[in-house]
Each structure stands twice: as C-alpha cells, then as structure tokens.
Design a protein around this ligand. Structure first.
Ligand code: SF4
Length: 387
C-alpha cells in the first residue's frame, strides 16, 4: 500500500521543517548515492507570488533535506515554458537563484541531449524523447505545484512530468489524448519521490491565470499517482474526476483509490479546502465574444480560452470591441460574422478570408503573438493619452 504524507506548513519560511517531517512520516531514510535529479514546475516566467510555479523555498528545502541524506550530486532541471524560454522562467521564478545559492547544477532541459526511448505497451506513445541526463540519474524527485488547470482540471505531480519533454512533443501530446500519453510516459520514467507544493496553491483559471490561495500543506510520497489522488481530495475534487489520475490508476501505473493509500500525518478531512474550479469551455464565457467552434480539439480550444482570459483580466476585451472567433474543422459560421474576426488554427484555414488568420496546429505561437500585438497597441495608446 503506498504511503502519502500530509504535513501542515503555514509559511514558505518553514519549508525545511515541513520537508523533514514529510520524509520522517514516509520513513524515507535511505542513503542517497549517485546523481539526484530534481524537477520543479517552472512553466511560466512569473514571480513565485503568482503561485503558477513551485516556490523556490520548497526547492531549497528539498535540496537541504536530500543533502542531509547523503546526496552529493544534485541536478535541478526544467524545460522551457510553452511560450517563454527556460532562461527567463528559471530566473523569474527564483529557481535559478536557488541553484546559485545552494551550488547545485541547473540544467535547461530543452538545451540538453534527448534520446529516443521505446515504450513497450504504450497506448498512444510508442516511443518518447527524454533528456539523457534524467535517464542516467540514480534518483528522481518531482516537486510539482498544486494548482488548477483549464485543460486537465488540476495540474499535479503527473502533469509536471510534461516539462521533461521537448516543446514540440509536448505540443503534440497536448493536442490529443494527453492523459493516455502521460500514462504511457510513466511506463518508462517515474519519479522516485514526489513533494507537492501546496502551501500557496492556485484556484480558478490555472495553470497560470488563476488566483493564489493558501492551503498551507505539503504532500509527499513515492507513488506519484497516490500523491495526486490525495492532493485532489484535499482540494475537494474526487480523484476519479481527474482523467489523468483515473487513467494512470486503471493502467496500473499507480494507486488512485484513497481506500488503498495509507495517509500519514494530517487527515485529508482536517486540511481539506474546496478550491474554486476552473471554468472550462468557451461558450458564453466572455462578454462581447462570439465563438464559432466545430470539430476543434483542445489544442485550439484551451489556448483560445487562456488568451481571452488574459485579455479579460486586463480589462482589454471590452476595449477590443465585438470579437468573433472561428475555430475547428467544421464550425457553424453565419453569412455575416460580426466585429473583429479571428480565425484560429490550421483546421479553420478555409475561413481565413473572413478575418485575421492565426495559423498553427496548435496555433500557440500565433495566438501569443496576437496577444502581444494587442497588449503593445493598448500600451502605446494609454501612453499617448497620458501625454
Ligand atoms: S488546428 Fe485543428 S487539430 Fe490543430 S490544434 Fe487546432 S483544432 Fe486541433
């Protein structure tokens, strides 16, 4: 039976005691030899106060605890964000500073050699490219952030493993069957230990635009599926509602049944806090925006939602005026489409004559470029109106 430790921690400054307590409750006292690889979640170039990334004080505390257990060679690694280079994400998140302070090696996985690893029995992925440095390490510690995700409901320990892949492979996997592909990935690479940063979590429109919320909890265990199941339950979500937990559990990758997990430390009920779930889906969500989506996959629908949310949060949607978004292979499109028209993704190319076409499959880069154009145009306008 896998064991998962739940430890209260009110402030990041107390992370060291919390991590020690987690390891003590897990009776995790093996001597660590060889190379230890740590993978925090550094998906965006944001300050740790935004709660989108693993807090640097947790990472520092994990490094300290591992050193107490004999670890000598520790490597801290992360790939690039979907829209930001790893140099920027690691600096802004404070993770690069932790590496400098503690003297561990910091590697940008996107710049490292990847090798093709076959996946025997893979349901969607028959092979995957993984960083050689990870494959050659002796012990792998996963340090995810507990947060919501408009794509997968929650982003937990398993989702953090996506950062091991190159951006082009992640983009492909995000387009379809993400949860089955993740289970496949875990057939060949699985963390030896997962320490979840739930001290300040994220609710609402995660994984980047949500709201920080104090949960004051650190969750740890050797079975990442069990850690994710407990984490989901802590925030009021039945583990079976989270597709990636369900799939990994059914595929026998780990244990998602709370009855079959030994919980040590706090009980789930004593720390549970129901968080605000993300609003998923686009229809009726953004005032002044008409969506025409037919046969579109999540690879387009999710980033469209994220970009519109970003504009809404910045009060820019109303300034753009009426907007129509056409997406997918077979949308219903009326004879006359109102306002500014955005045609998103290669599937919708035949409608490109109706407005601004944002190509790509998924069209991540062109959507981000469009967002940047809007932001800088409004910045310029605001600047001029102040003069
Ligand atoms: S272009 Fe089509 S297949 Fe590609 S992400 Fe968009 S909807 Fe999916």
């Amino acid at each position: 039976m896998p064991k998962v430790a739940l430890v209260r921690c009110e402030r990041y400054e107390d992370s060291e005691q919390a991590i020690r307590k987690v390891l003590e409750l897990l009776k995790f006292n093996r001597k660590l030899e060889g190379t230890i690889f740590l993978k925090p979640n550094v998906c965006a170039a944001l300050s740790p106060n935004r709660a989108a990334t693993t807090h640097p004080l947790i990472v520092r505390a994990v490094i300290g605890a591992l050193r107490e257990m004999g670890a000598e060679k520790i490597i801290l690694g992360e790939g690039e964000g979907l829209v930001a280079p790893s140099d920027l994400t690691l600096e802004r998140s404070g993770i690069a500073a932790v590496a400098r302070e503690t003297g561990v090696d910091l590697v940008r996985l996107d710049k490292m050699e990847h090798v093709v690893v076959p996946i025997p029995g893979g349901k969607r992925l028959k092979e995957v490219k993984l960083p050689r440095i990870l494959l050659e390490c002796d012990f792998f510690v996963n340090i995810p952030k507990l947060k919501t995700n408009t794509f997968t409901l929650l982003s937990l320990g398993m989702k953090n493993l996506m950062g091991l892949l190159r951006r082009e492979d992640r983009v492909k996997i995000h387009r379809c069957d993400l949860n089955i592909a993740l289970a496949d990935l875990m057939r060949v690479i699985r963390p030896d230990l997962t320490i979840m940063d739930g001290i300040i979590a994220m609710e609402g429109q995660g994984p980047v635009l949500g709201t920080p919320i104090p949960l004051n909890i650190v969750i740890g265990g050797e079975d990442v599926v069990a850690v994710d199941a407990v984490s989901a339950s802590v925030v009021g979500v039945d583990p079976e509602e989270v597709e990636m937990i369900r799939v990994a559990w059914r595929e026998g990758i780990g244990v998602g049944d709370l009855e079959k997990i030994e919980i040590v430390g706090e009980s789930i009920a004593s720390v549970r806090r129901h968080i605000k779930r993300p609003i998923m889906g686009l229809y009726g969500r953004f005032e002044g925006v008409e969506i025409y989506a037919g046969g579109a996959c999540i690879g387009c629908l999710d980033p469209v939602g994220v970009i519109l949310e970003e504009l809404r949060v910045r009060n820019l949607l109303e300034r753009i005026g009426k907007l129509s978004v056409i997406v997918g292979r077979s949308p219903y499109v009326p004879e006359s489409v109102e306002g500014n028209v955005l045609v998103v993704g290669d599937c919708a190319q035949e409608y490109s004559h109706l407005g601004r076409f944002l190509p790509g499959c998924p069209p991540l880069i062109s959507l981000v470029n469009w967002l940047m154009e809007i932001l800088s145009a409004h910045r310029r306008r605001d600047h001029q109106s102040r003069r």
